[in-house]
Ligand binder design. Structure first.
Ligand code: 3PG
Length: 214
């Protein structure tokens, strides 16, 4: 695992963020996450201005790990890197994007759920994959089945993770970290409920810690 992957694994959860108002909300959201013990963010290109949010978070909290999510194009990789992103997440396995990220020397977590995806990831020498959409693709049962032929990977499941099933995922050694939007929903962000976000982060970190120690 590279340093970015190790840091993500040690935090244990990755908030998947869509910011409708990046200028207003990026810095206070970063503060809420850091105070909740989750100094990492996957800022998705699902909303315009993702690169502004990445830049604002990096400037406000230089020690925080900020990546770009829902990256679909090479130009978005370039925008994310220019804004200071430290990792790239793609919803699917796009070999061109993986090759480009490796050329640019930035960590890449492609969304993988099938043997074909994993096999492609293997050829690139990747070690940590996003497993998306996790619950809808078969959840933990599928993740475990996939690790039989591909024991070299750890995965970051996202899609359908919540406080309810976080422990079940987190206690499984194949899981590097769990991603999700449940602690950074549109309602929480748009209504600036920073304390609630901090509280959800604290609960998540506690659940992961307990699950890993069980
Ligand atoms: C992602 O892109 O990782 C997912 O949309 C997050 O899924 P969730 O909203 O179900 O947590």
């Amino acid at each position: 695992m590279n340093e970015i992957e190790k840091r993500i694994q040690s935090i244990g959860v990755v908030p998947v963020i869509k910011l409708n108002n990046p200028e207003r909300d990026a810095a206070p959201l970063a503060k809420a996450l850091v105070e909740g013990g989750v100094p990492v963010a996957e800022v998705t290109f699902r909303a315009a201005g993702a690169e502004k949010a990445i830049k604002a978070m990096r400037e406000a909290y230089p020690d925080m790990l900020v990546g770009a999510g829902t990256v679909l194009t090479i130009s978005q990789v370039d925008e994310a890197i220019a804004a200071g992103a430290q990792f790239i997440v793609t919803p699917g396995m796009d070999p061109d994007l993986v090759a480009y990220c490796q050329k640019k020397d930035i960590a890449i977590f492609p969304g993988c759920t099938t043997p074909t995806d994993y096999h492609t990831a293997y050829k690139f020498g990747l070690e940590v994959l996003k497993f998306f959409p996790a619950e809808q693709s078969g959840g933990l049962a599928k993740i475990k089945a996939m690790s039989a032929p591909f024991p070299m990977f750890k995965v970051m499941p996202t899609g359908g993770i919540s406080l309810k099933n976080l422990a079940e995922y987190a206690k499984t050694p194949i899981i590097a970290a769990c991603g999700g939007s449940y602690m950074v929903t549109a309602d929480l962000i748009d209504n600036q409920k920073w304390d609630e976000i901090t509280d959800l982060c604290k609960q998540s970190v506690a659940i992961v810690k307990e699950a890993r120690n069980a």
